[in-house]
Design a protein around this ligand. Structure first.
Ligand SMILES: *[C@@H]1O[C@H](CO)[C@@H](O)[C@H](O)[C@H]1NC(C)=O
Ligand SMILES: *[C@@H]1O[C@H](CO)[C@@H](O)[C@H](O)[C@H]1NC(C)=O
Ligand SMILES: *[C@@H]1O[C@H](CO)[C@@H](O)[C@H](O)[C@H]1NC(C)=O
Length: 457
């Protein structure tokens, strides 16, 4: 019952996982059971999302400059591989933002100063001066988004007009003049923007700076008014998203309570649960189920807040790169990172997250695409497989979540499902008929000999 627009994730549990993977040898049975009666969550059709960031080529971490020309101001939009990589998902949701987003001006008519790029300056927050998005570049980006069929979420500068407050936070109302001009210009040009997001990592304790939840709620309401007003004659208005920051129960609750029931469409939060990119134990963490499960409390806490406050706001992961400060070469751009990534996708879906944005589509050491060659890294294929399998094998998503808490060896049972080409003979089977079928009362046995199962390829 994969109704259009919704994919039901059936509740699944593992009865037994007896998997002998000897290449070339006839594989023994892998047995799992699917309870098709109970759907535990539903993701949106456009669950899959990736980010584009503002970092200039001279952004460096630990002596490595991993961004190259992958930033929004200098990405080569004429690259065919890039175009096809985005087009393959149509639609791929793209969230444009990142640390420098709160230092970006827009080259609209109201900007009474030159529209100049970021300049490296170590004494500035995040190591760069203010930058600016020229309208010419915004036009080029939108032409690319249109051509590639991407759905765009744009992160606005939420720091304009703020002043330091005695408690160390930033305050005063948001100066939305420049942002409103960009939204107005975008609507006037007929560019379709899926959502406007307010600010980056200013929630809770903040990263670089923080803003109180009470002020933030007022600013979200201001943004909602601007967006609705500019789009008053259009039936489908862009979404309003916030705060694009790290989860903090009190701060998030206050924002929800003060914007409920419908002034904030999406609550976005960020995930870097593996620590800094320079950590030399990243692989151990990625392969450790209890580290991976550390996120369960955040997902379920946020789900609980949204449920209990009676709001229509839904949750997205707006940016998740696993290891902060640009990730780690040969870890976050390697095959092993899919253990973290696919698990995150499964876990977030289970707790009713409607979309999950991977940092990044390109740039840093965690790009789905190689920064210089634009060739797909392993996680691009994982995401591609997930997207394809979502329609025919939705149980895999949940299965991965259940199995990883058993023994690590058992993780392999889900890998054949996501990586059918890595195993010989093929191990992935899809349930031919009643996946996610809530009316079906029988458990389905996962077994190679079972006539209800058919090889994927
Ligand atoms: C870097 O920024 C600091 C603080 O804003 C400023 O005083 C300094 O002049 C800047 N340095 C350069 C080289 O522009
Ligand atoms: C990108 O590809 C080049 C050429 O194959 C390789 O040398 C480089 O390590 C790759 N970069 C990343 C971040 O994977
Ligand atoms: C769902 O299950 C019912 C009862 O077992 C069955 O009649 C129906 O065909 C199933 N639907 C799908 C789409 O598999």
């Amino acid at each position: 019952m994969a109704a259009a627009g919704l994919r039901l994730l059936g509740a699944v549990w593992l009865l037994a996982a007896l998997l002998l993977l000897r290449p070339g040898a006839a594989a023994s049975a892998a047995v799992a059971a699917v309870d098709g009666r109970r759907a535990i969550a539903a993701t949106g059709e456009d669950f899959v999302c990736a980010t584009l960031d503002w970092w200039p080529p001279d952004k460096c971490d630990y002596g490595t400059c991993a961004w190259g020309r992958a930033g929004l101001l200098n990405l080569d939009l004429s690259n065919k591989v890039l175009l096809n990589a985005v087009r393959a998902f149509s639609p791929l949701k793209l969230r444009l933002g990142g640390s420098l987003q709160d230092k970006v001006l827009y080259g609209t008519a109201d900007l009474r100063q030159p529209c100049t790029p970021f300049v490296k300056n170590e004494s500035e927050m995040f190591g760069f001066t203010q930058g600016c998005l020229p309208l010419r570049r915004w036009d080029e980006l939108n032409a690319f988004f249109q051509k590639s069929g991407a759905k765009i979420v744009f992160g606005l500068n939420a720091m304009k007009g703020r002043v330091p407050l005695p408690d160390g936070s930033m305050g005063g109302p948001w100066d939305y003049t420049n942002a409103a001009s960009l939204i107005q210009y975008t609507a006037y040009k007929g560019y379709h923007i899926h959502g406007w997001e307010l600010g980056n990592e200013l929630s809770g304790k903040g990263v670089g700076a923080r803003i109180g939840a009470d002020q933030y709620a007022a600013d979200v309401i201001a943004l909602k008014t601007i967006v609705d007003d500019i789009h008053r004659s259009t039936p489908s208005k862009p979404l309003v998203l916030a705060p694009g920051g790290f989860f903090d129960p009190d701060w998030f609750t206050e924002l929800i309570v003060k914007t409920k029931p419908n002034l904030l469409n999406v609550m976005t939060h960020h995930i870097y649960n593996l620590g800094p990119g320079r950590d030399t134990n990243l692989i151990e963490k990625i392969l450790n189920p209890s580290v991976l499960d550390g996120m369960v409390s955040i997902f379920s806490n946020l789900q609980g807040i949204l449920k209990s406050t009676g709001t229509s706001t839904v949750a997205w992961v707006g940016e998740a790169g696993g290891a902060y400060n640009s990730g780690h070469h040969l870890v976050t751009d390697a095959f092993v990172f899919s253990f973290w990534f696919l698990d995150q996708l499964g876990m977030s879906a289970k707790y009713d997250t409607k979309s999950y944005c991977r940092q990044s589509l390109i740039g840093g050491n965690y790009g789905l695409l190689n920064t210089t060659t634009f060739q797909p890294n392993p996680d691009y294929y994982s995401l591609d497989a997930l997207k394809k399998l979502q329609s025919i094998c939705p149980i895999c998503i949940e299965l991965s979540q259940q199995i990883k808490t058993q023994h690590l060896l058992h993780v392999q049972i889900f890998f054949p499902c996501f990586f059918p080409w890595t195993f010989s003979p093929l191990q992935c089977f899809t349930v031919a008929s009643p996946h996610g079928n809530q009316s079906s009362s029988n458990n389905i046995q996962w077994h190679q000999q079972d006539p209800r199962l058919r090889p994927l390829r």
